[in-house]
Structure formats: C-alpha cells, structure tokens
Design a binder for this molecule. Structure first.
Ligand code: A3P
Length: 285
C-alpha cells in the first residue's frame, strides 16, 4: 500500500486510516473525562507499552491480574483508536487509565476543562527514531520506512505516524495543566525509583516490597514474556515479530549502534534548531 492509502491526516498529523477512523476520532472529541482519570501520553515508541504495564500495577497495588489477563490495548486503551469505541469506557469504574498519542493541542474540550491526571513519557528522539524504523518494518498497517536515510528525513519532517516528535514534545512540555514528566531513560536507570515517583503522583503509597515486585515484573526481560503486553496476540500477518520483536531491545542509546556520522550530524542540526526555545531539562541533552 502507498503512504496515501495507509495514512489519513487528522488535524495536520498523519494517523493510520485503518486504526483511526473518522468515527473513532469523533469518539475522542466527544469523550468526557473524569478528574481522577489517568492519561498516559506518549509520542509512539517512547515507552507507551511499558507505562501501560506499570500504571495498572501501581493502581492494583501489585496485583498482577490486570496485566496477566487483559491485553495492554484493552487494559489501557488509546482514546482515539477504533478499539476504544467497543470498550464501554463510560461504564468503567474510576480511576480509569487511558493512553493517547495525540498532540496537546489535539486534546478535546473535556480534557482542558476537567484536567485529568497526565503522565507524559519522553524518550531520546534518536532512540525513538530507531525503534520506529524497526517497528514500521514489521507492522503491515504502517508505511514501509524505506532506507534509514529516507526514514530519517520523514521523521525529522514529521511525515510519520503521529507527526513531528518535536511538535509533540514541545506541545506537552508547554502545557499549562499539571503533568508528571517521566523519561524512558530514567526508567531504564532506576525503575524502582520511577515506579515510586509515578505512584506518589497517583496518590498511592506502596510498600518497598510491592514497588520491588512491580519493578521486577516490568524489567525488559520479564515483561517481554508477558503475552498480554508483548503483542504476540497480534497475528503475524499484521505484525511480523520474526523480523524484529515489538519489545525489541529495551535500552537507552541504541541509536549509537545504528546512526552513521552523517546521520548523527543531520539529526543534531535539525534537533538544535527545533528545540532551541525549550527550557525544560531533557535527560539526554
Ligand atoms: P525498542 O524498539 O528500542 O526496544 P511504545 O510502547 O511506545 O511503542 O515503545 C516501544 C519501545 O519501548 C520499544 O523500544 C520497546 O522495546 C520498549 N519497551 C517496552 N517495554 C519495555 C521495558 N519493560 N523495558 C524497556 N523498554 C521497553
């Protein structure tokens, strides 16, 4: 399929037409938040699936039932994706946990009025790029990435799934609503500390034993075994994990193994220009 067949443009941003339909996007537009909703916000490939594992475990206080019995896409559904319409989210008991890849200015009216709790997960864009490059290569519903050089130009230009990483990050960093920012790199460096930080934000006081239990389950090698979270339930014709696993490598800094010197310079130049006004301390800078 061509890019024109795969993507549709929603509020200036590419989404995959198969998963984000006019009805599902309207569903999000009309959606009513509750103040105690928890919204995990990410640019794709920044640690969404990981956080979809951690937050339910914090809210269940270490009970593994939700993460071992419900696939991540139903456990913490994306509000704008087609699947959300089938899940009766209005009937879910509070506190509900959702995910979204939407840019800040794409959020609906209820979001700005109700101000639910937001956890924004960010990751070094070079690692996001490498992760996306592999992911686009295995998912039948994504556009073929082409060569790494070709994909880099599209990525830097925002002509990819969910648009520009720079716009996404800047929009959410500049948001006025209270937001917990969590770095992928911070979770890699100190998962227990990150679980504790997220739990505190969510008003959960957990024992050290439970925090350790959650962190242990969520380390890459353990979480990779959870079939409710490793996308092995998705048929191979849609996601060919023989080529590259969805939970692929799970490290910080893998870009160094993949970028040529020219690609690093090109990326740095665009990054420097687009991020010049950002005051927020970013962990990888
Ligand atoms: P890599 O491709 O670099 O391995 P998302 O869920 O937003 O699509 O992000 C996917 C990325 O998060 C993948 O990165 C995946 O391996 C990584 N990831 C998922 N679970 C993880 C975990 N428990 N620990 C570390 N990284 C994880």
């Amino acid at each position: 399929m061509t890019e024109a067949e795969i993507y549709s443009v929603y509020k200036g941003v590419y989404v995959t037409a198969q998963l984000y339909t006019p009805e599902s996007l309207k569903y999000h537009e009309d959606f009513t938040f509750r103040p105690d909703d928890i919204l995990i916000v990410t640019y794709p490939k920044s640690g969404t699936t990981w956080t979809q594992e951690i937050v339910p475990l914090i809210m269940s206080e270490g009970d593994f039932t939700p993460v071992l019995t419900v696939p991540n896409w139903d456990r913490v559904p994306w509000l704008e994706e087609r699947r959300a319409m089938a899940l009766n989210l209005e009937q879910r008991p509070s506190p509900r946990i959702f995910a979204t890849h939407l840019h800040h200015q794409m959020m609906n009216e209820s979001f700005f009025k109700i101000k639910p709790r937001v956890i924004y997960v960010l990751r070094n864009p070079k690692d996001v790029f490498i992760s996306a490059f592999h992911y686009y290569g295995i998912a039948a519903f994504m556009a073929n990435p082409g060569t790494q050089d070709e994909f880099m130009e599209k990525f830097l230009d925002g002509k990819v799934f969910f648009g520009s990483w720079f716009d996404h990050v800047k929009g959410w960093l500049n948001a006025e609503e209270p937001i917990l920012h969590v770095f992928y790199e911070e979770m890699i460096a100190d998962l227990k500390g990150s679980v504790e930080k997220i739990a505190t934000y969510l008003g959960k006081s957990l024992s050290q034993e439970i925090i350790e239990k959650i962190a242990d389950h969520c380390v890459f090698k353990n979480m990779k075994q959870n079939k409710m979270s490793n996308y092995s339930l998705v048929p191979e014709e849609f996601m060919d994990q023989k080529k590259s696993a969805f939970l692929r490598k799970g490290v910080a800094g893998d870009w160094k193994n993949h970028f040529t010197e020219a690609q690093e310079q090109r990326f740095n130049a665009v990054y420097k220009d687009k991020m010049k006004d950002v005051k927020f301390k970013l962990m990888w800078d």
